[in-house]
Design a binder for this molecule. Structure first.
Ligand code: ASP
Length: 353
């Protein structure tokens, strides 16, 4: 189904607000008091302040709004298609999304939107917008202002997929949801905020990723291969548990969640299991369980074994970015060598290497 929104071209900033579901779009039903999604076209009733911008803000609600726990790769494909179909008509996009998987969506979109030159700002809230003390209003209002912001040369201030939450604008593929209760629900330990919102919005232009050359058309990448498994290490993990993960039917890659700077048990049996898997053509990516810092397999003997076994470094990437990058790279390249090369490269600012 095409979802091109009817628009008129105008000089005032124009934004498309896409509502996908989540707490931000909830208010309590007058009769039952249960939280139910409300009609996004009426958002000005809940947040009348947004009229004061004087921007043209069109709204698009997904046919079926979801709790973000139900997000799937097909949902990402739907979103990138909506952005592509409406790309030339708007200065920026604001996506209202549940917080639970927002970092996965932001990471996936960053890979699926190639040569993006406009802001795509995801936001949500911890308290429904219909609740007096909601954090949703500020999150929404600032996201709108950021999505419309321009540099002096008229180019978008933040042409990236971002998450705006609780006064901070983050590069989306550097974030993790780390708090289920606090208003500051997201964290980006390995990359600084792209903007901080206080009395003024202070953009960190040195951290923002600008195109080397402007004017490329947006390309969308909708092929994702989800044949990826995850092996989280823990003291006491058994060889059988490892075998069952790396032996997952159809599996093309495994993210190995290691300790500290990319360390793992040094036992011969463990290392051999991984080494044999790599020899058979499985891609193993080493990601640390720590929120901050990076994988460096050359630091300790406990890391060197993995390096020798042929694990690739996930550098300082988040789990969410590593997973969605694998989906994207496996879906778009077929040669093992090219896939490995792509994984070791920074594609959308998701790793520092
Ligand atoms: N479960 C909700 C969701 O992710 C939570 C939220 O929106 O914050 O859709």
């Amino acid at each position: 189904m095409k979802s091109k929104i009817k628009t008129k071209k105008s000089a005032v900033p124009s934004l498309l607000m896409i509502y996908t579901g989540g707490t931000i779009g909830m208010k309590s039903d007058e009769k039952t008091k249960a939280l139910v999604p409300y009609d996004i076209s009426q958002i000005e009733e809940e947040v009348p302040e947004i009229k004061k911008f004087g921007y043209r803000i069109d709204k698009h609600s997904l046919e079926k709004v979801i709790d973000s726990s139900d997000v799937t790769p097909d949902f990402w494909v739907k979103l990138v298609k909506i952005i592509k179909e409406n790309y030339t008509n708007y200065d920026g996009f604001v996506i209202l999304h549940g917080t639970d998987t927002m970092s996965y969506t932001a990471s996936a979109l960053s890979f699926m939107l190639e040569d993006l030159e406009k802001p795509v700002i995801l936001t949500g809230s911890q308290l429904p917008i219909g609740i007096l003390r909601t954090d949703g209003k500020e999150n929404l209002i600032s996201s709108i202002e950021i999505a419309a912001a321009k540099r002096e040369d008229g180019r978008p201030m933040v042409p990236e997929v971002c998450i705006y939450f609780e006064s901070q604008l983050y590069r989306g593929n550097r974030t993790t949801k780390y708090n289920a209760e606090a208003f500051k629900a997201f964290h980006s330990e390995n990359y600084p905020p792209l903007a901080q919102v206080g009395v003024h919005i202070k953009y960190n232009t040195a951290a923002i990723r600008y195109p080397k050359k402007w004017g490329k058309p947006l390309k969308i990448k909708t092929m994702l291969n989800t044949n990826v498994a995850v092996l989280k290490l823990y003291p006491g993990i058994t060889p059988d548990a490892i075998r069952s993960v790396i032996g997952t039917k159809g599996c093309k890659a495994v993210i190995v969640e290691t300790y500290g700077a990319g360390n793992a048990p040094t036992g011969k049996e463990f290392v051999k299991l991984l080494q044999d898997a790599v020899k058979k053509g499985l891609i193993l990516v080493n990601v640390t369980q720590c929120l901050g810092g990076k994988v460096d397999m050359s630091t300790y003997a406990a890391g060197k074994g993995l390096e020798k076994a042929g694990l690739l470094s996930g550098f300082d990437g988040t789990f969410e970015a590593t997973l969605t990058k694998l989906f994207y790279v496996l879906g778009n390249y077929s040669s093992l060598d090219t896939i490995k090369k792509q994984l070791q490269k920074e594609l959308r600012g998701e790793i520092s290497c």
